[in-house]
Design a protein around this ligand. Structure first.
Ligand SMILES: [Fe+2]
Length: 310
């Protein structure tokens, strides 16, 4: 191989394929991040501090985003996705805005909070899921008597990688945003009790767990996000997929083996399953439930779906 030719090509902004073939065409995906686990008991004191020390009037959102250091200081939980917890004190209003990134909230302790999506009222009882699809106006308010906390997930990293992020702030003064009817939204909200009922009658999947997929018209809830609720009552078979997942422990305790890591988790812990990493879960007691946010819909649309089971 002629080193002087390679150097001359590089000076002319031309790269010889033969010199870097493997870098251009990796033989398989290789996640940048190791799987990571955040314990609710470690997050909760920060939620408490943020609620006391950060006035909602001073910030767009009072959210604590789970960031894996593998992304070099970028605010990313696992590739394409961010997971976070948002805290609102009674009376707090998180101003309306909209953006091209897709987001969801899953209520952990948010009874009394309401998310308004495109003028529709979405209650946030424990286990409720609220969608904020791309470019839908959304704001949050705590109308209850106690602090509310919910789990958020969104795909800003994917949208920013495509450099397709647009963001429009609303105005703090516009009181009309909050004046919506009492009618709930079936378009943007999935009640927790209905999801649990469907999970209870879901068939056992190939991995040995019962899985409920949140759907709209038979497909993923949004073009870029695909959401699941999983009931585990025995050790699941290990799977690996081209897509990425963030898991929120909804109930129970258990452990997961993800790549070469082993996580012992409890209620409201969060952990990641980076793409193309083997993952298996088992409950410690009789059963456990996981809410799983994925970017599977992106890979499905791009015909890049690969899912393997051991
Ligand atoms: Fe938002």
């Amino acid at each position: 191989m002629s080193a002087s030719l390679v150097a001359a090509l590089e000076r002319s902004n031309i790269h010889p394929l033969w010199d870097r073939y493997k870098r251009i065409t990796p033989v398989a995906p290789q996640a940048k991040d190791a799987p990571m686990h955040w314990r609710w008991r470690d997050i909760e004191p920060f939620a408490e501090r943020a609620a006391k020390e950060v006035a909602i009037e001073d910030v767009e959102r009072r959210a604590l985003i789970l960031a894996n250091p593998a992304f070099g200081g970028d605010t990313v939980t696992t590739q394409n996705l961010i997971g976070a917890f948002t805290v609102l004190e009674p009376g707090d209003k998180a101003v309306p805005h909209r953006h091209t990134a897709a987001a969801i909230r899953f209520s952990t302790r948010a009874d009394g909070a309401v998310t308004i999506v495109n003028g529709r009222r979405c209650e946030m009882k424990e286990g409720d899921l609220v969608l904020t699809p791309p470019m839908c106006w959304h704001g949050h308010i705590n109308q209850g008597e106690r602090r509310t906390v919910w789990f958020d997930a969104a795909n800003m990293p994917a949208i920013c990688a495509l450099d397709a992020s647009f963001f429009e702030p609303g105005t703090r003064q516009d009181e009309r945003f909050w004046e919506v009817g009492t009618e709930g939204s079936s378009e943007y909200r999935f009640p927790g009790d209905a999801a649990r009922r469907q999970l209870a009658v879901a068939e056992r999947g190939k991995d040995g767990a019962r899985t409920f997929r949140y759907t709209r018209n038979g497909a993923a809830v949004m073009p870029t996000l695909d959401l699941y609720l999983k009931h585990i009552d025995e050790r699941t078979r290990a799977t690996r997929t081209t897509w990425n997942a963030i898991c929120l422990v909804v109930s129970g305790d258990g452990r997961s083996t993800i790549g070469d890591q082993r996580f012992e988790w409890s209620r409201h812990d969060v952990f990641t399953i980076p793409h193309w990493t083997w993952a298996a879960h088992e409950p410690r007691g009789a059963s456990a439930e996981l809410f799983i946010v994925t970017d599977r819909a992106i890979y499905e649309r791009l015909d890049l779906l690969r899912e393997e089971i051991q």
